[in-house]
Write a protein that binds this ligand. Structure first.
Ligand SMILES: Nc1nc2c(ncn2[C@@H]2O[C@H](COP(=O)(O)OP(=O)(O)O)[C@@H](O)[C@H]2O)c(=O)[nH]1
Ligand SMILES: [Mg+2]
Length: 430
């Protein structure tokens, strides 16, 4: 039935994780931590200190080799290195350990290190949400607490004002109505009159809206072979080009060969803007202004294949004034893409500007009619108190939100994560 006993645990866990990583970096504030985590700490195995003596123990190639070389490892923790690998050749010098034991230790240390990095990345995401959803959270939490004070007890007037608050957060009228029905029923059944307790139930029920029903995957569908092609669509100014830049940065960091194709041949300056992002992120680029987008995409994909790109983002123009034309254009674009790369595009991501609220929802509905949208990127959540739009998209459009934009910086993009989202919205309430 309810989720909020889990939610409480979840919030506690998140807070603990943040504290742990703060300690690791020896910083006091979230701002300092954010800065630390945004440092390009592309730590490779090259700088790996097995025995924590502050010295790098070996070079990257050693991980790939079946043998470990030049390892100074203290197996029995007596503060002395037990041997260097050259001892392997000199059997007499091997005293306390076998080669297997060494390798085991290396593996374990390696795992520990990656685990630590994973935890740091998780915390980075949590605090990005925390910061990005601040506006929505403040507005929402303060309205709810005022409401609680005003009424003291839950009654019909309370519900009516709650409805207004939820609609203001852009949760969507239909969603709000359904949600309030459930809330009323639950209050009746469980005899809930205390407004403070009801706050917990509200979070719980909102959470349920997202997780119930058909579960939508937020993972990017990657090609099994050849380049993964991702088509980006959406009306002008929503953040398509910026999002491509952020995504290029993300995949580049994962070691992928990224390529950007500028096929927004409509908006002046759109192609050079994308080219700038390509330079900044070290991605391949192809783009041309003032010709047919399908032609640009054709040539761009040829280059992507030749260069063996792993992942290709295609920037398009988004004119929605004329649905029929846009539909025809997208059909043509899809045909070209499919011809050059079978089964592509692997994703068609629709970019929605969260600050446009219900307008964004209508855009999503329109685009859904025109073409096969596989995911939504919700941008500018940092600039709005309307963070509830994520729930409206789930309820009214039923396309998964795959990424969210939480700022203008290159790092201000996160894979959508329902737990971090709920935490960012409600951490002060529970
Ligand atoms: N605050 C904020 N601004 C964003 C975000 N994403 C994009 N923008 C800004 O929105 C504006 C339009 O972005 P652009 O990528 O050119 O939109 P496009 O026309 O869809 O390609 C730019 O000023 C971006 O910096 C975001 O997540 N948060
Ligand atoms: Mg653009």
């Amino acid at each position: 039935m309810g989720f909020f006993s889990n939610l409480k645990n979840l919030f506690t866990k998140k807070k603990e994780e943040i504290e742990e990583v703060k300690e690791e970096f020896n910083v006091e504030t979230i701002e300092e931590l954010k800065e630390e985590l945004e440092e390009p700490t592309e730590v490779t195995v090259e700088d790996y200190d097995i025995d924590d003596d502050g010295q790098d123990d070996f070079k990257k190639g050693d991980f790939e080799a079946s043998e470990v070389h030049d390892v100074d490892l203290d197996i029995d923790d007596d503060g002395e290195d037990d041997f260097v690998t050259s001892d392997f050749d000199d059997k007499e010098n091997i005293q306390e350990v076998t080669e297997e034991q060494v390798l085991e230790q290396v593996e374990e240390k390696k795992k520990g290190w990656f685990h630590k990095k994973e935890k740091q990345d998780k915390v980075k995401q949590t605090i990005t949400y925390d910061k990005g959803l601040e506006k929505t959270r403040k507005e929402f939490v303060s309205s709810l607490s005022l409401l609680g004070k005003k009424f003291g007890k839950v009654n019909e007037d309370y519900f009516e004002e709650l409805e207004e608050i939820l609609i203001k957060a852009d949760i969507g009228v239909n969603t709000v109505m359904k949600f309030l029905d459930r809330l009323r029923t639950r209050c009746k059944h469980e005899n809930i009159t205390d407004t403070a307790f009801l706050n917990e139930v509200i979070v719980d029920e909102l959470f349920s809206i997202y997780v119930e029903g058909e579960s939508l995957t937020d993972k990017i569908n990657m090609a099994e072979e050849g380049p993964t092609i991702i088509l980006m669509v959406g009306v002008n100014g929503v953040g398509k080009t910026t999002t491509i830049g952020k995504l290029a940065n993300k995949y580049k960091k994962q070691g992928k060969k990224v390529m950007l194709i500028g096929a927004d041949t409509f908006r002046a300056g759109a192609v050079p803007q994308l080219e700038e992002w390509a330079k900044r992120t070290g991605s391949l680029f192809y783009g041309k202004e003032e010709i047919d987008p399908s032609g640009v995409i054709y040539d761009g994909l040829e280059m992507a294949k030749k260069e063996k790109a792993d992942i290709v983002f295609i920037d398009t123009a988004g004119r929605l004034q004329n649905k029929v034309n846009l539909m025809k254009e997208l059909e043509k674009v899809n045909k070209v893409i499919g011809k050059l790369v079978p089964n592509a595009p692997h994703e068609t991501l629709l970019i929605i500007d969260a600050t446009t609220g219900q307008n964004g929802i209508s855009q999503a509905k329109s685009f859904k009619e025109i073409t096969n949208i596989t995911g939504i990127v919700l941008t500018k959540l940092d600039g709005t108190a309307k963070g509830g739009i994520v729930l409206a998209i789930k309820e009214e459009v039923n396309i998964p939100v795959k990424f969210i934009g939480l700022g203008e910086g290159v790092e201000d993009l996160s894979a959508f994560d329902i737990e971090d989202y709920i935490y960012g919205l409600f951490k002060d309430m529970i």
